[in-house]
Design a protein around this ligand. Sequence first.
Ligand SMILES: [Zn+2]
Length: 306
Amino acid sequence: MTDWTPNMDLLRRYDDAEWLKVERTYCGRMMAYVSRRISDRDAREDIVQETFLGAVRGIDLYDAAYTFEQFLFGICKNRTIDHMRRTKMPTLGGTGLEGDDRPTIEDLARDDETPSRIVRQKDLEEAGVRMLQDLFRTWVEETWKQEEFVRLMVVEALFAGNWRNRDTWQRFDLRDETSVAGIKFRALKRLRELALERDTQRKIAPLLTAAVDSGDGLAIDVSDTWREGRVSCPARHWVARLVAGTLAPGPTAFLRFHLDEMRCDWCRANHDDLVELEKSADLEPLLSKVGASTLQYLRSRTLPKT
Ligand SMILES: [Zn+2]
């Protein structure tokens, strides 16, 4: 099973066939994501339908820094939150949806800060988040290639899960707390090296490493950055092999940790979808409904102007 990705040029040109292929490919995992949060079946289908429609409408806003699946999941998450708000469902802990209570621009504004200063700081922070995600991703790739899955789990537990050293060494059967501190120290050292390689002008790297190290520097939430960037999320074929039971012990341990303990929303959605596929769940009725609404929109965009 490969991770098919759509041809973005075709999507931007509102190509029917490519858009329908998108729906066929991603419908199951979107449904699985929504199903963990919304109990009403009709509402779920509406959300999935609105997600694909939102993707068609917003395709010009797609940012190549993210994968297409991340783009879709982002829309799906917003539609889910909208629905929960409309129906006054609590959006409290455990839903994975609490991330949107960030301070607004009004909250950030203080007497001594002019709007342009705030914007500059915000730009810097956005650039910092991008760069940090990039560094994390590189570090995860390196660690995965070295098959250092315990190291990967420890760093994910510390950075994404905000685990304490004490809990971490016990969970992973390490010698003691200093083993955890050692792993963290070496990871930070490597991240710093990578930061200096990429940020040759030294504009962001020093602020960034301060943010990760001690929480100073930029106001960047390391855990959010790790999770939102999906820096350690395995490609779908790894999850497929986990479901099929053909994955080696190292990556299996990591995937189980990532799914069950880090409770990654997106990977759990992929996992649920693949489990359903094994049971060959019937998505055809939903797919034809979703397809019809997308085609209608595509027609409205591509009809010759008279
Ligand atoms: Zn994940």
